[in-house]
Design a protein around this ligand. Structure first.
Ligand SMILES: [Zn+2]
Length: 266
């Protein structure tokens, strides 16, 4: 169970929710927004045997033709060996020992495992590199299943909903109803104990993030934009105004503020 006082928790809910994936035995690594050496977050990590590192990556994990796109992640882990395992595969790709395609696939699978994502979802993500992006497929599923509709209804009525399969950002379940992905969220909500509502809100915000991606797609033409336009044409001004307000915000900062505001008044 996560042990922290409410005041500390509310100062950075996303941090505590993410770190709980390690403390709860779900993940070996989590990627976070960097925090200062002298901070509540650093202090909490130290107390719990966790270490923070900057991880420099070069091989592009993102869809597209570019093979090299340098990126730095800020990660927290119990043991540096997990980061070394990633770096070893990177080096084999960069030296040409492993082909780019194979290497990228191996990196996605290895990181998926270390981040604690279900294998079916990681495989689907790796496969989607050569096909329709998994994110797009998932968003279309959310439109068709009425998930976005019920999310908006909950937000409008200040109702807390729970989407266990959206347990973190930048993770895409292989299907909206993936049982393994939902199981991760359910395990995490149990670990969070008294903070379960914060986590449930976070899953709503993660679902809302997908809706924001869909909203942005309406400015362009593509697979998603037609479906998204149909959906947004049926929405009232409040919904469109809200999306307009969050379209460019730092989503983690927004999520923290949102969770804090809701929980302070409950
Ligand atoms: Zn899955």
């Amino acid at each position: 169970m996560l042990r922290v006082d409410l005041r500390s928790f509310l100062s950075n809910p996303v941090f505590f929710i993410e770190i709980s994936r390690i403390l709860g035995g779900i993940s070996k690594i989590v990627a976070l927004k960097p925090f200062e050496l002298q901070s509540l977050e650093a202090e909490f990590c130290k107390r719990n045997g966790l270490k923070a590192f900057f991880l420099d990556l070069k091989v592009s994990r993102i869809l597209g033709d570019s093979k090299i796109s340098p990126m730095t992640l800020f990660v927290v882990t119990r043991d540096k060996k997990f980061l070394k395992a990633i770096q070893r595969v990177e080096n084999r790709v960069l030296s040409g020992e492993l082909s780019f395609q194979k290497g990228r696939r191996r990196l996605i699978e290895l990181e998926g495992k270390l981040f604690g994502y279900p294998e079916c979802c990681v495989k689907a993500y790796a496969r989607s590199k050569s096909n329709i992006p998994l994110e797009t497929k998932l968003i279309i599923e959310c439109f068709e299943s009425g998930t976005f509709k019920s999310l908006l209804a909950s937000l409008k009525n200040s109702r807390i909903d729970f989407f266990p399969q959206f347990f973190t950002m930048n993770f895409y379940p292989c299907h909206l109803e993936c049982r393994k992905a939902k199981r991760v969220g359910i395990k995490l909500v149990k670990f969070l104990g008294d903070f379960e509502n914060a986590f449930k809100l976070r899953t709503m915000l993660n679902a809302l993030y997908l809706l924001r991606v869909a909203y942005k797609s309406t400015f362009y033409n593509g697979n998603l934009s037609k479906k998204a336009k149909e959906f947004f044409n049926l929405q009232d001004g409040d919904v469109l105004g809200m999306l307009e307000a969050i379209v460019d915000v730092d989503y983690e900062l927004f999520s923290n503020k949102f969770i804090k505001r809701v929980l302070q008044f409950r």
